[in-house]
Design a binder for this molecule. Structure first.
Ligand code: HEC
Length: 144
């Protein structure tokens, strides 16, 4: 759903990460293809389209494409464009960041953005499965 935060965040994301927008065209094509496939399978009782548990290995690929510029390759929040963001991007290595928040909070932040889009939304760029996967990956930064 396009929330105000989502809209502003999408614009913010475009300014900061403009050249990545090309990939959303590709993603759109994939959605289109997936949509056609889903239609082809509709009614066949096929459940392969349900969300799978997050896979950190797949999530790492998503992270290293879309998140590292702000959150840093190692999740410490010190990515190359992170410096221009205020507040700074979340540091996934800080135990305090994780405290008392359910998984659903993080899934929502990644999907819809946060703080008027200072953390941009991703629902229109990556799939729901990608969001599960990238969340599984950022959890690997959480101190044990
Ligand atoms: C344009 C820079 C930018 C990009 C790209 C970005 N983020 Fe963020 N992110 C932020 C900022 C800034 C915050 C902190 C917002 C705040 O604290 O108000 C944040 C916060 C978060 C939080 C919230 C942590 C918390 O509990 O407060 C999560 C989770 C997160 N980002 C995940 C991701 C993931 C996953 C990706 C890639 C799909 C991503 N971010 C891409 C800037 C970015």
């Amino acid at each position: 759903m396009m929330t105000p935060s989502g809209l502003q965040g999408a614009i913010f994301r475009k300014i900061l990460l403009g050249k990545q927008e090309g990939s959303s065209v590709r993603v759109f094509r994939i959605y289109l293809l997936t949509g056609l496939l889903v239609m082809a399978f509709a009614g066949s009782g096929n459940t392969a389209w349900a969300l799978q548990p997050g896979d950190p290995a797949r999530g790492k690929e998503v992270y290293n494409q879309y998140c590292y510029k702000c959150h840093g390759m190692n999740g410490d929040g010190k990515g190359e464009v992170g410096g221009v963001a205020f507040p700074p991007p979340a540091n996934f290595r800080d135990p305090a960041l994780w405290k008392g928040k359910p998984d659903s909070f993080f899934i929502d932040v990644i999907t819809n953005g946060y703080n008027y889009g200072k953390m941009p939304p991703w629902w229109d760029v990556i799939s729901k499965q990608d969001i599960q996967d990238v969340f599984a990956y950022i959890k690997t930064f959480r101190p044990k």
